[in-house]
Ligand binder design. Structure first.
Ligand code: KE4
Length: 423
């Protein structure tokens, strides 16, 4: 596979941009080769600068549920651009998108549009603290909520201790207010909630985890989180940056039947443009400035071009909800191919991960860390050679879009069998 131009671009990029990329995972550090540079994308395909074509199961880490460059979304963006790129003033589109989000997720009585998932979760956590007057947050090992200081943390030495920074530059003081529990482990949550009785503002969780690979909640786990947060007068925050509008129009609350107090969305809600959102109960969201005392702002929040992409995307999904049946069925087919090859597969709707872990199951971050990353890297390179682009990390999800036809799913399944069959 020719990759001269990508290699040249990567050399130049590394002199100008840290690691040559604008987000670390794109550097392919975990898979032992340089990244390809994308020239354009269409439907399920990415085309790189060397003329190679890849069947894309990353879908820009989630936004691409309709496939790349969907004509109706592109048209909406082009029309919006023609009217001006940004005003820093309210627009009718923001009201329409807020309405659509609430129509899909009725728990979201009020919503604030922001520019990234990081900003959405950071803001939701601040609102929870402002609303409850409490300081501490419980998160889960293996859950990722963007790169705000207070959430770039990992479990401290003992379960009962506070978290420690998971990045240089995060002051220990920021980590001190974040407690880390074990996903799918009720006892670990109860211990932290009892130990910090009356101090926990919120539990923030990926209702279906997708940043340690896909790890669905065990039966009763989310119901337990709902009960214990109510019991302790803490809030429950569903970080649905990945699962929102992915598991269904109603996201994880519809998929699991468990309802949170606050939600964050990203990726699909912006149709691939820089737009995310946080929202939930009216009484809680009424604490956000200028209505309330919790400050949050943004020059490009509710940007009209991004809003146009989000509206177009949600309308397509709302007008053709059978999309979810189609992408779920295709993901099920793909999961079966990986299972036949002997891998441990976790799937939730059109999200799936094939784990290179010896036997057993992956129910939390510790399980996921047992994976054979060399074997994963070898598989990644092999699939890329065959023109199939899966996420360049064992700890990411595969995303199936409506542009992944049954034929392409069949081709992918055969490529999986060939790799594991040694062909
Ligand atoms: P962004 O700031 O990257 O828009 O969103 C942060 C975020 C928040 N919450 C969840 C559950 C997320 O998955 C993310 C971001 N997801 C990663 C992929 N797993 C983004 C890819 C990247 O970092 O380049």
């Amino acid at each position: 596979m020719k990759c001269d131009k990508s290699e040249q671009l990567f050399q130049k990029a590394r002199r100008l941009i840290p690691g040559g990329v604008n987000s670390p995972v794109r550097a392919f550090g975990a898979v032992g080769r340089h990244p390809f540079f994308v020239e354009r994308a269409q439907g399920p395909w990415l085309y790189d600068v060397d003329g190679s074509r890849y069947l894309d199961y990353v879908c820009s880490w989630g936004p691409g549920i309709l496939g790349h460059a969907h004509p109706q979304v592109v048209d909406a963006v082009q029309r919006a651009c023609a009217g001006g790129l940004t005003f820093g003033a309210p627009t009718a589109g923001e009201v329409e998108l807020a309405e659509l989000i609430g129509a899909c997720v009725p728990d979201v009585e009020m919503v604030r549009l922001v520019s990234s998932g990081t900003e959405a979760v950071m803001s939701a956590v601040r609102v929870a603290r402002g609303y409850t007057g409490r300081e501490k947050i419980v998160k889960f090992a293996g859950n990722y909520h963007g790169h705000s200081d207070g959430l770039l943390v990992k479990a401290g030495s003992g379960l009962m201790t506070q978290s420690v920074p998971d990045s240089a530059g995060v002051p220990p003081g920021y980590a001190a207010s974040t407690l880390t529990a074990v996903y799918n482990d009720e006892a670990s949550v109860r211990a932290l909630m009892e130990e910090n009785h009356g101090q926990v503002a919120a539990v923030v969780v990926e209702p279906v985890a997708a940043n340690m690979g896909v790890v669905p909640p065990k039966k009763g786990f989310l119901e337990f989180l709902r009960r214990i947060t109510k019991e302790k007068s803490s809030l429950l925050i569903f970080d649905e940056v990945i699962t929102g509008f992915r598991l269904g129009l109603g996201g994880a609350s519809e998929y699991t039947g468990v309802h949170a107090d606050l939600y964050t969305f990203g990726k699909i809600v912006g149709g691939g443009m820089p737009l995310a959102a946080y929202g939930g109960r009216r009484d809680i969201m009424s604490s956000v400035a200028p209505l309330g005392a919790v400050y949050q702002a943004g020059t490009l929040s509710g940007n009209p071009v991004a809003v146009a992409a989000g509206i177009a995307t949600l309308k397509i999904l709302m007008d053709d909800p059978d999309i979810y049946e189609r992408i779920d069925r295709r993901a099920r087919t793909l999961a079966a191919a990986y299972r036949s090859a002997g891998l441990t597969v976790n799937r939730a709707g059109s999200l799936l991960s094939a784990f290179f872990v010896p036997g057993g199951q992956v129910e939390n971050y510790e399980d996921a860390c047992r994976c054979d990353r060399e074997a994963f890297a070898d598989y990644f390179r092999h699939m890329l050679e065959r023109g199939i682009y899966v996420a360049p990390s064992q700890f990411e999800a595969m995303f199936v879009s409506d542009a992944h036809s049954d034929e392409l799913i069949g081709e992918t399944s055969r490529a999986v069998a060939a790799h594991f069959g040694g062909i």
